[in-house]
Design a protein. Structure first.
Length: 159
């Protein structure tokens, strides 16, 4: 399969949103996606972009994407958080995921980050094995902690 890995542009966000929805469906959360194409354009391509994105293009169609953003570790300094790495179901196993993953790693190296991190569902065995094969450490002694929008509202109301 011939493909091109490149930086996303505003015009790609419709197809990037399709990939985000495909991931939500795969993760059994089909109604969880609230972000819109307009949000992605504003947040990724505005005056102060909140994320960067690489896309894998095959025959003028976006078949995969890797969306990441910069973070800061008090222990390490500059880091990258890989928010999502998604390849359309029809293109999985074609090498697109590996190519996108490599592009993020190369970008992190170029940017001089000390760590690249992400989360993976423990039941997503193919993803876990892919990351392990590529040298990633799966940290089982750390739990992801979140306050969702409702939790934020409750906190504000009670404090």
């Amino acid at each position: 399969m011939e493909y091109t890995i490149r930086r996303a542009v505003k015009e790609d966000m419709k197809q990037v949103l399709e990939l985000i929805q495909e991931l939500a469906d795969f993760e059994k959360e089909p109604d969880a996606v609230e972000v819109t194409e307009t949000d992605l354009i504003t947040d990724g391509f505005g005056e102060k972009p909140l994320f960067s994105c690489f896309v894998a293009e095959v025959n003028n169609r976006i078949e995969g994407m890797a969306l990441y953003y910069n973070r800061y570790s008090t222990w390490k300094g500059k880091t990258i958080h890989l928010e999502d790495l998604v390849v359309r179901k029809s293109s999985r196993g074609s090498g697109l995921g590996s190519a996108l993953f490599a592009e993020v790693i190369k970008q992190g190296h170029k940017d001089g980050v000390k760590r690249i991190e992400w989360v993976v569902l423990n039941w997503n065995t193919p993803a876990v094995e892919f990351y392990k094969k590529n040298g990633a450490l799966i940290l089982s002694d750390w739990d992801t902690v979140q306050l969702d929008e409702e939790g934020i509202k409750k906190f504000i109301a009670n404090n």
